[in-house]
Write a protein that binds this ligand. Sequence first.
Ligand code: ZN
Ligand code: ZN
Length: 113
Amino acid sequence: MDKITASEAAGLGVGVLLVCATIAATKVDAFFSSSQRSSLGLCKQCGNLRRLACSRCKGTGSVREGGILGFTLVQDFYDERLGNSESNSKVKQIACVKCQAKGYFSCPNCSQL
Ligand SMILES: [Zn+2]
Ligand SMILES: [Zn+2]
């Protein structure tokens, strides 16, 4: 252990402390944002917006056909090879089935009230 000098040990300690502080800060931040919302009487899940954006269509209500599974990339590739430069405008937008094309869900927390 005599190979580690006092300043190295101190530096190590500070480094560990910094890491701990960073981890603690993010946890405290998450804790406060949810406790702040509840102390303000706001819904923890939606912050009283009463709706949650659909994770599948990112709130737009429509998705590119097959885009979820990456088929669109394959389609683009084939269209390019065929010289079909208009393919981009032909990409079908289909209604998001997850949210019934609304782009959001009503918050399960608030809708129970
Ligand atoms: Zn809510
Ligand atoms: Zn959706």
